[in-house]
Design a binder for this molecule. Sequence first.
Ligand SMILES: *Cc1c(COP(=O)(O)O)cnc(C)c1O
Length: 383
Amino acid sequence: MTRHLYTPGPVDVPFSVRMAAAGPMISHRGEEWSDLLEEVKGRLGRLLDVEEPVVLLPGSGTGALEALAANLLAPGDEVISFSCGTFGDRFREIVSRRGAKVIALDAPRGEGFRRGHIREALEKHPGADALLFTHHETSTGVVNPLEELLSEIPADGPLVLVDAVSSLGAMPCRPSHWGIDGLASCSQKGLLAPPGLALVHLSERGWERAAKGFCPSYFFDLALHRRFLKKGRPQNPFTPPVSVFYGLAESLRLLEGFGWDAWARRTRRKARSFEAACEAMGFELFVREKEFRSPVMTALEVPPGKERPMKKALEDMGITVAEGQGRHGGTLRIAHYNPGGWPEVCLLAGGLFGAARECGIDVGDGFLDEAFKTWEREGDRSC
Ligand SMILES: *Cc1c(COP(=O)(O)O)cnc(C)c1O
């Protein structure tokens, strides 16, 4: 049976990426390796529009978050954590294990933060050393309007640390322009590569902070990684996951070739069209307010007790999706990172319709009509 992976990480990787990842092992101290690293460094630099190199560490998104905490924070630091769900809570837990004093602020269910929340928090905690944000909260499908939120923070204000694990590549993210000091991401979501790499980018201020502090992790010592990356011929301090790098280099070639902005618009177009189908069937979207609604993933509410059976019914058709998480259960989460277009929207909507009917949920038809109206409205020639 044909399998379709629509979990919000890992994502289905294109055929050429899989083939690239099967390339021969090479020495990571040789010229060929430095060339590959140089290429990946250049492509990621253009994606983020940054000068400082993106550091690639063996690991996953959580590893990248851990690297930020280890390098940019110290025990006793006062950190305000803005959380919209499970992943915001995880980042909070990571910094508290680093010994930071955490001030926890939680967005209401299914919502993100607004400028007023940031202003208020800064006034109330003028001594804060750092702020934590999640760009795209994958447990709920909330996207925070980061550019707008961060414009409230003065340039000499607290360090801004951002979990961009599920946004990078699939939606615009400009750390230098938006004022992000530490950005964490991974290879297996918006970048369409296999799992295995944690990505970290620091601002100039972030690197200064890292140089002043003591990093308790040898493996995740970002200054060490940066020294190796900045050599005339870039290298890694430790053995890198070569196969994952091969895959990532190829996916970056594909995505950059398509154009990052056009790619993001295409992803959003699919998400919006699928949502229109869901609503036409009678499902409610977990995120009620459009301004917070994810352009890369749909979280849809299912009737109580139907989450498991629906996931199973879809699985039986060859479609893998994710259930809700933690305190944000009762949903199905379906990602739109994959490269497909309109046919993929139909596959997902049709699959959902069939699964719902099989599970005794009375869903309406006519959903393709609604989805296609949105598809046409959201489209432009480049996507
Ligand atoms: C997936 C995800 C993580 C965790 O990433 P892993 O690669 O599983 O460690 C963290 N934050 C967000 C927002 C995510 O979507």
